[in-house]
Design a protein around this ligand. Structure first.
Ligand SMILES: C[S@@+](CC[C@H](N)C(=O)[O-])C[C@H]1O[C@@H](n2cnc3c(N)ncnc32)[C@H](O)[C@@H]1O
Length: 297
């Protein structure tokens, strides 16, 4: 394991060992907004994507960068795939996933591996579904990873992705930083982590110290996916404003769920939608299904 991967794995070990923090998509109102954008109805995306888009029950599913296995355990529990295989560099995450799979007697095989060694690993059988949930944006060598996925995917298999595709290292252009901070200034102090909370792009030192894999090549994802696969179905689900802004919000105050907190979140959703509709703000998150290229020659 190289030093950057070791640093990243250590970061995720710590994250999985601690209680899960709130993120923009764990907020109930924002989650309902995302579900509406993805499928035009409420309900978790996993159920909808298997039932409405994939439309077959995978025999062998592989998840790359599964973390503590939340999605893979949900798939196994709901019987959405026959066999579930999944790996991650975080030993803590994999141990938690294995423990739950064992305790619930689920047909899910979790193992520790890194993206870098996976690329050279042989598998006895191909997979009919390969998924990335918040993990492709942690892959630096996109060419080798996507070529490997294509070589491991059956001819009629599907690649499922739910990803951040915004600026690399979540380092926004100046205009976006100004826009985020303009909106932040208009939010009452009690709803922010501090009265003068502002977004600041991470420095290279901070990136290297915390998680060097965070959004390492995220902005390349849409183009690279299309070089290796045909995209069959894709939905953007925003996050251009809500994702960075949420980190500056006081989640305990929002959790009160009174009229004032509902109004703040609803207004922020409205601002994101308006700015996206006016092409002022890009969409930073996508959910999609791709297949082997029809004209691979
Ligand atoms: C945002 S988390 C997503 C985890 C999981 N898919 C989920 O949705 O909860 C990104 C994951 O990528 C993993 N990761 C980062 N770099 C990696 C590498 N080089 N090899 C394997 N996993 C890696 C991290 O350990 C982390 O669990």
């Amino acid at each position: 394991m190289d030093s950057e991967t070791r640093q990243s794995a250590a970061h995720w070990d710590q994250m999985y060992a601690a209680a899960r923090g709130a993120t923009w998509h764990t907020d109930e109102t924002i989650s309902a907004y995302i579900e509406q954008r993805q499928f035009g109805k409420q309900g978790h995306w996993l159920g909808h994507i298997f039932q409405d888009v994939v439309k077959f029950r995978p025999k062998r599913l592989l998840s790359i960068g599964c973390g503590a296995g939340d999605h893979e355990l949900a798939i196994a529990r709901a019987g959405l795939a026959e066999e579930v295989h999944a790996f991650d560099a975080s030993e803590v995450g994999i141990a938690q996933a294995q423990q739950t799979a064992l305790a619930e007697n689920l047909n899910a095989n979790f193992f520790v591996d890194t993206f870098e060694t996976f690329i050279d690993r042989e598998f006895p059988q191909k997979f009919d579904t390969i998924m990335f949930v918040g993990s492709l944006h942690h892959v630096e060598n996109m060419n080798d990873m996507l070529a490997k996925v294509s070589s491991l995917l059956t001819d009629d298999g599907k690649v499922m992705y739910n990803e951040y595709i915004g600026p690399c290292y979540i380092s926004f252009p100046d205009e976006r930083v100004a826009l985020i901070n303009h909106v932040l200034r208009s939010i009452p102090a009690e709803f922010k982590v501090s009265p003068d909370a502002q977004w600041r792009n991470p420095t290279m030192q901070e990136i290297q110290k915390l998680d060097p894999s965070e959004a390492v090549r995220s902005a390349l994802i849409p183009q690279f996916l299309r070089l290796y696969f045909d995209v069959e179905w894709e939905r953007g689900f925003g996050g251009g404003l809500l994702h960075p802004l949420f980190q500056q919000l006081n989640v305990n105050r929002l959790a009160v769920g009174d009229a004032a907190s509902d109004a703040v979140v609803s207004m922020l959703i409205g601002i994101e939608q308006l700015l996206e509709d006016q092409a002022i703000l890009p969409c930073d998150f996508v959910l999609g299904i791709a297949c082997q290229k029809a004209n691979a020659a």
